[in-house]
Design a protein around this ligand. Structure first.
Ligand SMILES: Cc1cc2nc3c(=O)[nH]c(=O)nc-3n(C[C@H](O)[C@H](O)[C@H](O)COP(=O)(O)OP(=O)(O)OC[C@H]3O[C@@H](n4cnc5c(N)ncnc54)[C@H](O)[C@@H]3O)c2cc1C
Length: 427
């Protein structure tokens, strides 16, 4: 694919670390982590800080997966509100999950502060924008539930959301001040840098092709012929999961999310468009999400087609959404276009698996993985260090491939087309 068709706006930090591209023979490791995105690196950092010996292997460059490509919105919470979680998981596990969900944005901003990561960020909140009365009612319900738990959140009326976003067409919305925005590529590379400084091995261009367990020891083979030995293996491959662990890829529906970035906004437009630097997701069925970048561009993303893009026209739906919200941006050039893969699970929750002792997998970020995977990685490291499954926020579950997985993509594409039509009617 020509580079112009995947040209992210995010920047590498000035002092980006160099990682291993060759593996030397090592002794027995506590854990090999497959996948060098936020999940793998957060696990590695916290495991190394806990004194474990860990090695991260990624098939390509660190940050090449969703972690270096995403919208950089750091949003706490899960798809479900606190009352749903306590009803479905019972009081004890449900409340623990609510606490975990509330903490996921903290996990990002805490690590940036504590580890002194060179990551551009703004922590001024995330707005869930409502364009229908139904969405407004859902926002009020969410606001009530989180406010009663002491979260710093606020319901916005029509004038309030218009002043904060400068966007057209919203009836109101919900502001969650626990949230913020980061440069996701810097964050991922900085996580890798500090994990490496803490003693974790980080190797690029190392595709893992085989896992087998012999006399209680995991043997991890790479395409290049290296073999590592470890007590545990963590698969942190998420939407980029391949056939390494049979059945795992069939437990998720991978979708493409496409993004665009304008040229840096002229001062007069910058003053009225997201002047406080919040992140926004709207309430449409096929939602769009947007924010300003550290260098003053408008960045907007939305669902894209599963086939690889072949021309700028494949991002036209993002450009239409941008102009619908901000007609004044009609003359501003779109300078960057890129895309990445998001993993959905049928129940919209992340799934944790341990199909054999010491073989762990975490999949399904539902497009909220920046906070979620940062927090989950920390818990995974505690599990590796203690062997206590209560450290994990979600129960370990069996790997259950989605029935008729191969046809699921066709169903998803049809559903997206249908939802786009319904959204268009509600404009
Ligand atoms: C365009 C886009 C926008 C998004 N926007 C947001 C947002 O604004 N906010 C938010 O919270 N979330 C967002 N997300 C979701 C978020 O990016 C992900 O949930 C998160 O980055 C997942 O991190 P991860 O470490 O689990 O997976 P990844 O970062 O995808 O890492 C998986 C890694 O595994 C490696 N791998 C796969 N197979 C192998 C193998 N066999 N051997 C070795 N390595 C392997 C891959 O190369 C990859 O680097 C977005 C995602 C996309 C794609």
């Amino acid at each position: 694919m020509p580079a112009a068709f995947s040209d992210p706006v995010w920047r590498k930090p000035n002092a980006a670390a160099a990682f291993q591209s060759e593996l030397s023979a090592s002794g027995m490791l506590d854990a090999v982590i497959v996948g060098g995105g936020i999940m793998g690196l957060s696990t590695a950092l916290h495991a190394a800080r806990a004194g474990l010996s860990v090695q991260v292997l990624d098939t390509g460059a660190i940050g090449q997966g969703a972690s270096g490509l995403n919208g950089g919105q750091v949003i706490p919470g899960l798809k479900y509100d606190p009352e749903w979680l306590t009803e479905h998981f019972g009081k004890e596990r449900g409340e623990a999950l609510v606490e975990f969900a509330a903490s996921t944005a903290d996990a990002v901003f805490d690590v940036i502060r504590v580890e002194k990561l060179a990551v551009p960020f703004t922590r001024n909140g995330w707005i869930q924008a409502a364009h229908t009365e139904t969405a407004l009612t859902a926002a009020a319900n969410r606001d009530r539930q989180w406010r009663s738990r002491g979260a710093d959140v606020e319901l916005l009326d029509r004038a309030g959301i218009a002043a904060m976003t400068g966007a057209r067409g919203y009836l109101g919305g919900w502001l969650d001040r626990r949230a913020g925005v980061i440069d996701p590529l810097s964050y991922t590379l900085e996580l890798a840098r500090v994990a490496s400084a803490a003693g974790a091995g980080i190797a690029e261009q190392q595709r893992v092709v085989k896992l087998r367990r012999e006399t209680g020891v995991w043997r991890v083979s790479t395409q290049g012929g290296a073999e590592l030995r470890a007590k545990s293996v963590v698969l942190a491959t998420n939407a980029y999961t391949d056939g390494l662990l049979p059945g795992l890829a069939q437990t998720i529906v991978p979708l493409h999310s496409f993004q665009i970035a304008t040229a840096p906004l002229p001062a007069d437009l910058a003053a009225s468009i997201l002047p406080g630097g919040q992140a926004v997701s709207d309430s449409r069925r096929i939602l769009v999400y947007y924010r300003r970048s550290p260098d003053g561009r408008m960045v907007l993303g939305g669902r894209g087609r599963m086939a690889l893009p072949s021309s700028a026209a494949d991002w036209a739906h993002c450009e239409r959404a941008l102009i619908r919200l901000y007609p004044a941006l009609a003359g501003v050039a779109i300078e960057k276009r890129w895309f990445g893969r998001v993993a959905l699970t049928p129940d919209h929750l992340p799934h944790l698996h341990e199909p054999e002792q010491g073989l762990l997998a975490a999949v399904g970020c539902q497009g909220r993985g920046v906070g979620l995977m940062s927090a989950l990685g920390k818990r995974m490291a505690s599990y590796l260090a203690s062997g206590d499954a209560r450290q994990l926020p979600f129960p370990l579950s069996p790997i259950k491939p989605i029935p008729f997985h191969a046809f699921r993509q066709v169903g998803v594409a049809a559903t997206i087309a249908w939802y786009r039509m319904l959204d268009a009617f509600e404009r």
